[in-house]
Design a protein around this ligand. Structure first.
Ligand SMILES: [Zn+2]
Length: 126
C-alpha cells in the first residue's frame, strides 16, 4: 500500500510504503505511533495512524494503462486480417468484442486498487 502523511513541520507530503491493508495491520507492524522523517525539511516527527492515508499507486496505474494500450493494439493487429477473411457478422461482432478485453482488465486493476484505498481510509484506528 502506498501511504502518505502530511509533515507537521512544513506541510509537504511524506510518502512511504507498507505491506498492509488497513491501519490495524500497520499498527501491528510498525506500532501505533509512526516515526516519519520528512524528505523536504528533514523533520523527524511522530504521527498517529489516523494521520496516515492510503493513496493510489502510480506505478500500478501506469502499468494498467500500458497493458490497456498495448493489449488493444496487439489484439487489433492480431484480429485485423480476420476481418477480411470473413463476411459473417457474428464472427466480426465476436472479434470486436475481443477488443474490450484489455479494457475490462484495465478496469478491474484500477477499481481493485481504488477499492483497497477506500477500505484503508475508511477504517480508523483506535
Ligand atoms: Zn517537512
Amino acid at each position: 500500500m502506498n501511504l502518505q502523511a502530511k509533515c507537521k513541520n512544513c506541510n509537504s507530503f511524506i510518502y512511504f510504503r507498507a505491506p498492509v491493508s488497513d491501519r490495524f495491520e500497520l499498527a501491528r507492524k510498525r506500532g501505533d505511533k509512526l516515526n516519519l522523517k520528512c524528505n523536504t525539511c528533514n523533520a523527524d516527527k511522530v504521527y498517529n495512524l489516523n494521520d496516515v492515508k492510503a493513496i493510489e499507486s502510480k506505478l500500478m496505474a501506469i502499468l494498467a494503462l500500458l497493458l490497456f494500450i498495448f493489449g488493444t493494439i496487439g489484439l487489433f493487429i492480431f484480429i485485423w486480417p480476420y476481418f477480411f477473411q470473413t463476411g459473417n457478422i457474428y464472427v466480426i461482432t465476436g472479434l470486436i468484442s475481443l477488443l474490450t478485453i484489455p479494457f475490462l482488465i484495465y478496469q478491474s486493476i484500477t477499481s481493485g486498487d481504488a477499492e483497497r484505498i477506500r477500505y484503508f481510509n475508511a477504517k480508523y484506528y483506535g
